[in-house]
Each structure stands twice: as C-alpha cells, then as structure tokens.
Design a binder for this molecule. Sequence first.
Ligand SMILES: Cc1ncc(COP(=O)(O)O)c(C=O)c1O
Length: 469
Amino acid sequence: MITKEKIKSNDNSTEKNIATPFAGRYSTAVIPRMEIPTKGVAAKIAYRVIHDQLLLDGRPDLNLSSFVTTWMEPEAEQLIQENLNKNFIDHFQYPQTQIIEGRCVNILAKLFHAPEENNYAGTSTIGSSEAIMLGLLAHKWKWKKHREQQGKSTTNPNIIFGAEAHVCVNKFAKYFDVEPRIVPMSQNDYVLRAEEISKYIDENTICVALIVGTTYTGQVDPIGEVNDLLVKLNKENGWDIGIHIDGASGAFVMCFAFPDIKWDFRYERVRSINTSGHKYGLVYPGIGWLIFRDIEDLASEIIFHVNYLGQTENSYTLNFSKPASGVIAQYYNFIRLGSEGYKSIMESILENAQYLSKQITASGKFKLLEAKTILPIVTFQLVKDEGFTIFDVSYKMKEKGWIISAYNLPPHAENVYMLRVVVRENFTHLSANIFMKDLLEVYEALSKENKTMIGNPHMDKTKSSANAC
Ligand SMILES: Cc1ncc(COP(=O)(O)O)c(C=O)c1O
C-alpha cells in the first residue's frame, strides 16, 4: 500500500523528468517521472533507464535478511522464461501445467506424511501468505459446519497463535473476522507452549496455528505437545480443533535434513500445512504450497466452480491469474535435485550456519541468542554495551553491501534485541569469513566513533540505547 504522500517522499526529486543517462549518448527523449509519457521510447532506452535505476537497489545475494531464493540454475531460468506468459489458472488451455501442479502436490503430501489412505489435497499459491489465509479459512469453515451440526452458534470464532507468528496470521484474523487470541512470548521462551494454549482455547477456537521456523528466531513450536493437548481436549469436550502448520521457512529443511523428526501429518491433529517454495524450496519468488491432510478438511462451500475458461474449473485461491512459471520451477527442482540433492543442499546450508555461529561466538564481541533452533537461522546480540546499538551495526553493514535484519521481539520479550542472518545456499564458508571480517570492522568503527562522541560534548549520543543488544 502506498499513498500519494509516500510516493512523493520516496521519489524525492524536484525534477519533473527522469534524467537522461550518460549525457544523452543513448537518447535525449524526455521521460516524465510521475505521468505516462505521451510518446514511448525505444526498447533499448526504456531498458537502460530502468536497469540503471535498479542498480541502486541492494544486492539480492548479499541480502541475509531474506528467506527468499536468490539463485537458480540457468536451465530453471529458461523454463521460467518460457512459462511466464502462461496463465496458470487456465487449466483447459494449459493442461500439462495442471498435471505438473498435481505431481508437486502429491510429492509434498508424501513428504509431509499425509496418510496414504486419505484423499489428501492441495494447491499452489503465490506464497505462504496466500496459503496461510486459505488454510485457516478452511479451518474456520470446518469449525462452522461442526457447530451447525451441533445446533450451536457460529458467531464468535477465534484462532490461537503465538506472538512469534508471521503477520499474515494476524492479517487472516482481521480480514476474515476471527478473534485473534495471541499468546505472548515470555522473557526467555519464544515459542508457543501447550500449557499456555489451555488458557486460551474454548469451543469457538477454529484451530491452533503453529510454526516450523519462526520469522524471529527460526525456532519450531512444540507440535507434539500441542497435538496431544488437542487430542485430549477434543475428546473431553466433543470439539474437533485441528492444527495448521506454517512451514513457510522450515518445512523443506525438516523434510530433507531431519526426516526422523515429527512435525507434520504424522501428528493426527495436523490438518493443513503451508510452505514457501520460494524459500528453502529453492525457487525464485512467487510460489507457495498448501496441503490438506484430507479433502474432508476443506468445506465444499468454499471451493468455487467457474466455467469461463473453456471447461469447469475448481478454484480455491485468493488471486486468480498468475504465471505458471513458479509451479514449473518447483517441479524442475524436484526432478533435478531429487531427495538426495535437496538433502545435500540442506545439510550444506546447515553446516554453513554452524560455521558462522561458531565464528560469531569466537569473536567475543557478539553472542548467539539463547534460543535453540535446528534451522539455518543465526540470531545474535552484542556481548556488552559499547554505546551503540544493533541497529547501528545493521546500518553500517549496509555500507559494505550486507543486508542483515535488526529487531526486537514482540511484547513480553520486547527488550530482547537481535541481529539475524538467514543462511541460504549461496552463503559459503568464504562468505562467512568475509562477513565476519566486515562485521568486526563495523564493530571497531562504531566503538571508535562512539568514543569520539563521548569525548565531544556537542555530539548527540541519545540515538544509542543501552538495552538494544
Ligand atoms: C514463518 C513465516 N510465515 C509466513 C511467511 C510469509 O511467507 P511468504 O513471503 O511466502 O508469503 C514468512 C515469510 O518470511 C514466514 O517467515
């Protein structure tokens, strides 16, 4: 969402037109900044002007803040290019694409251990956010139907999730009129505990949303404990409350690096799982997945049947049109890598995350956040207060090209501040070595800067916060 005011302040220039690059060597055409030009320009010029402007963006491969894939093989890029112009939803015209989506859903359902005897189901989405909205909506409808069958009110649904949940879970609650029951974090525990859930749950709870790989710390909610609690409460009260797993970042890692750890449909109460193909599914942005344990978990009323594309299609999506390329690229990875290939990549990413973690600890200047995670997310803090903050560190690392997140945790743990590195496939030992060298240089520079500031009564030091480490 962007307002007129924001557009103006972002695109902060008094010039009416976009400056012609390279002193007019390519063109002297006038391109207005804020209006569509009356006459277009040659393709080469349009390309050059936009390409040069985008050079001022950060470098995706140095963006350690993002979970999203920044590199794919040329053959995958070729397939993406070839399929960008196919509208995925048009199954009648592009039946092969739909067949490939089906294979991907089947592969994921099996990886997530959907019981073979079940009629499992699933869909591709544009990312995990769409998948989460659809998954939770299915829980809402399932709850509604169950209540109707019992002749009970359906007016006050609620959903339970931890404060560590991604914003899209909260968005779901707002957009789809469900009361969010957010379990706060505690000072040194950042996942959703079963005993806490007991305090929030009642007959109007549509489901509990749990996370495999939280955005804040990369930790995994205790799915087994919550499953057991729900089995017990459902039995005692005649409820049918299930679990939705947000495996946006963690599902692919778990499947291949830790196949023996249970987190998925092996727990009976887990009814739906989402993941982002564009995170550790190793595909460029624009692909997510939602898998249901059984089609019974998805009320038939919310599946739409449309006939304007040449045949009747079943549609359970929030958006309609999208390029087919995401689905194709996911399938490319499945057959290109196989489970052995994925396993080897996940293990290598985890090893690189371990390597970086060790170096951070060895530096003596930074320490790892005491939050055990098995995912390749490295969160760390300043060891002591040197008069600058993690935000200063993050800001100064940007000068060296690195993008790292700096933030504090949600309420009840809001005085816990951290930096976060998401280790992806392209981050090697060499990257870790250079990153550490830069991090320590930044640390020294900030310490010196701060000493200069302390010695200079005219400098404002209020920007730094003692807590912010
Ligand atoms: C735990 C979690 N859930 C959901 C999302 C949203 O995923 P997407 O960007 O694929 O919509 C993210 C994004 O980072 C996430 O970390």
